[in-house]
Structure formats: C-alpha cells, structure tokens
Design a protein around this ligand. Sequence first.
Ligand code: 5GP
Length: 172
Amino acid sequence: MIEVLISSEQIKERVKQMGKEITEYYKDKTDTIHAVCVLKGSIHFFSDLVQNIDLNVEYSFIQVASYSGVSSTGRIRVKSWIDEPIENKYVIVVEDILDTGLTLSYILDYLRRYRPADLKVVTLLKKLGRNSQVTPDFVGFEIEDKFVIGYGLDYNEKYRNLPYVGWVKGNG
Ligand code: 5GP
C-alpha cells in the first residue's frame, strides 16, 4: 500500500519555480551552467528541472551507490563519473534526496578538485531532523524522516517510475 506524499502536480509546479530560482541566481554570472545528474534517483528531477532553466545547460551523469534496501550501508562506490572537464565552469549538482549527506559530500569533495568556478547543490527532497553534512543551495521540499519512493526513487529498484513521491506503509 503506497501513500502519496507529494503529487505529480505539486512536483511539476515546484520544479518550475526551482528552475526560475536557479536561472535568477546564475543569470548575472554566466550564460552556461554544467548540471551533474546523480543517477539513478535524480533522472526524472534532472530531466524536468533543466527544461525549466533559461540558460545553456551542459549535462554530466554520475552514479554512486551507497544504499542497499532501506538503510545506509555506510559504503560508497563510484560506478560512473563525469566525462567532461568542469574547470572554471558553473557546476550544479542535481540530487534526488538529501538524508545524511554522506553521498553528496563525497561527490562534492571530488568535484572541487577539478576547480570549478562555482559549485552549487540542488535537491528535490531534504529530510527534516536529519543531520546532513551538506547544506543544499536549492531545496524542493522538506519531508519527514521516512523512506520515500517514486519519481526516480526506488525500493530495491522498484517504484522509480511512479510520477509522484510516496512511501510504502509498513516501511516508514
Ligand atoms: P545520504 O548519503 O544523504 O544519506 O543518502 C543519499 C542517497 O540515499 C540518495 O541519493 C538516495 O539514493 C538514497 N536515499 C536516502 N533516503 C532515501 C529514501 O527515503 N528513499 C530512497 N528511495 N532512497 C533514499
């Protein structure tokens, strides 16, 4: 049994606003940004967000694994990484959800070594009451500390294609 937490319409509306906020932030600084999609969970958010940004947007895709099932394994494994130089570029990392921030702080530490002109973080969801190691620059929704699924987020590779964010009752 899945309970809807954030509807497809709510996501669409908020992502549109976020695109405007991001465009506003960069427009006096640069006409081109480099967006890094953190796979697999960010796929839908990334795709919808970049279409609402009124700048040239270059894409990179990275994949790291830190979770198995519903709890963190505490391990991070890089499966694929950026394939273009980002030195002196305006880089924005696009995340699906920020929980402990462990995954993201690892990614950011590595990206900083390439000396981008600017490095920002946008996340669709941020869990309230969790001590995150990273402070995101743009946040879509703050949510309760529940294990959520849908709109890219999975539970053992299931539920990614749901158009809304929800949670599986019994796994909260
Ligand atoms: P963190 O390193 O911030 O603790 O966890 C980040 C990653 O763990 C996310 O990118 C996501 O893949 C996964 N994750 C954290 N919380 C959830 C959740 O509630 N649901 C799902 N499906 N994945 C989560």
